[in-house]
Design a protein around this ligand. Structure first.
Ligand SMILES: NC(=O)c1ccc[n+]([C@@H]2O[C@H](COP(=O)([O-])OP(=O)(O)OC[C@H]3O[C@@H](n4cnc5c(N)ncnc54)[C@H](OP(=O)(O)O)[C@@H]3O)[C@@H](O)[C@H]2O)c1
Length: 330
């Protein structure tokens, strides 16, 4: 029987307010995109989720299509809730999303009301939940009126199937429009989920300022560049790594000598700060106050332990930031 660590809320500074809402999120949140699917070890998935909660990670992020197969991460998490974490439901922020291809035919992806609301019902069934805390439109749909997509998300909030509305992968202009629609519909946008890490900085020129102005929180996904911003690939491609096990989004060919040259220099800098490379990469995204939480993935309990340690040192000197810029520009 799992019993949560009594120490899990010992660090109040581990939580940051999400935009101008009443919700505080942990600096590190856990995503279930990989390693929680039907083909993965249930015991390992359970151990990762429970260890995360022991560290005070209260936020677990899912989507309809996480697996593989699609939907199986929600089923795995449903079992973890049933057997272990469910008794702490009121301590958890659980999110899910709809937007990418989930079932065949014209109503199985993108941003229609038909798809979003059917998908949310399916997600709730898979997880055995009455409601999720956050329901996201997973991506903007160029062919569906934003009014319809946001109307569906707001409806989910109004009928109590979601407590808060979220958007993911929306560029700044669409974010402003979506935020206004959601506000007008009485379901203000709690949070935006964009990708952001040292190698992928598209949020910096505008989106972070937009979110701060709108009072919307920001949870950044793939802050470790799917594992590249760690020591995972320093000695080749391990058989149990993402690039080896599930190369759909991170191929061995992406791990080039040029990438490794940069990450090894970043690793040396991290060591001089008393951190692992993963910890420094997480601290680096969290240096922006507009970033509420860094949304990591993990294949091992030890990775969760390591990542949580990032919170011990979030400060960078100007010299360190300059060194990072120099390494990234090389
Ligand atoms: N909204 C969207 O469109 C979208 C898209 C993608 C992801 N997401 C969300 O973001 C979450 C995180 O994405 P991600 O998994 O790509 O994030 P990530 O944190 O950039 O990468 C996670 C991977 O890094 C490695 N890792 C983690 N901690 C480590 C450590 N301390 N030392 C060494 N290696 C470490 C592990 O790789 P190995 O598996 O190789 O061990 C792990 O699977 C997803 O689960 C999902 O919830 C959202």
């Amino acid at each position: 029987m799992y019993s949560p660590a009594a120490t899990r809320y010992n660090s109040p500074e581990f939580y940051r307010r999400c935009g101008c809402s009443g919700i505080r999120l942990p600096l590190i949140s856990l995503g279930l995109w990989h390693n929680f699917g039907g083909k993965d070890s249930y015991d390992n998935a359970r151990a990762i989720a429970c260890r995360a909660f022991d560290h005070g990670i209260t936020h677990f992020d899912l989507a309809n299509n996480y697996g593989p197969p699609d939907g199986s991460a929600e089923e795995t998490f449903g079992r973890i809730l049933r057997e272990d974490l469910g008794k702490s439901r009121d301590e958890l922020i659980i999110s899910t999303k709809a937007g990418y291809l989930m079932w065949p035919g014209p109503y199985g992806e993108w941003g229609s009301r038909k798809y979003l609301l059917a998908s949310l019902d399916q997600s709730l069934r898979r997880m055995g939940l009455d409601y999720v805390d956050i329901f996201y439109s997973h991506r903007p749909d160029p062919d569906t009126p934003l009014e319809e997509t946001m109307g569906a998300v707001a409806h989910a909030v109004h009928v109590g199937k979601a407590l808060y509305a979220g958007i993911s992968n929306y560029p700044p202009a669409e974010t402003v429009r979506a935020a206004k629609l959601l506000r007008d519909m009485g379901a203000p946008c709690l949070i935006h989920q964009p990708h952001y890490n040292m190698f992928d900085r598209w949020v910096e020129p505008q989106l972070l300022d937009t979110l701060a102005q709108e009072g919307i929180g920001c949870i950044v996904f793939s802050p470790l560049a799917k594992g590249l911003l760690t020591d995972r690939y320093f000695k080749g491609v391990p058989a149990d790594s993402r690039a080896s096990r599930d190369p759909r989004f991170l191929r061995p060919a992406d791990i080039t000598d040029a990438v490794l040259a940069k990450t090894k220099k970043l690793h040396d800098l991290a060591q001089s700060r008393g951190q692992t490379l993963a910890q420094m990469a997480l601290a680096w995204v969290l240096r922006h106050r507009a970033v509420t939480s860094a949304l990591i993935g993990a294949s091992k309990v030890s990775q969760v332990d390591d990542c949580v340690g990032a919170a011990r040192n979030l400060k960078f000197s100007d010299a360190e930031l300059g060194q990072i810029e120099k390494i990234l520009a090389e």
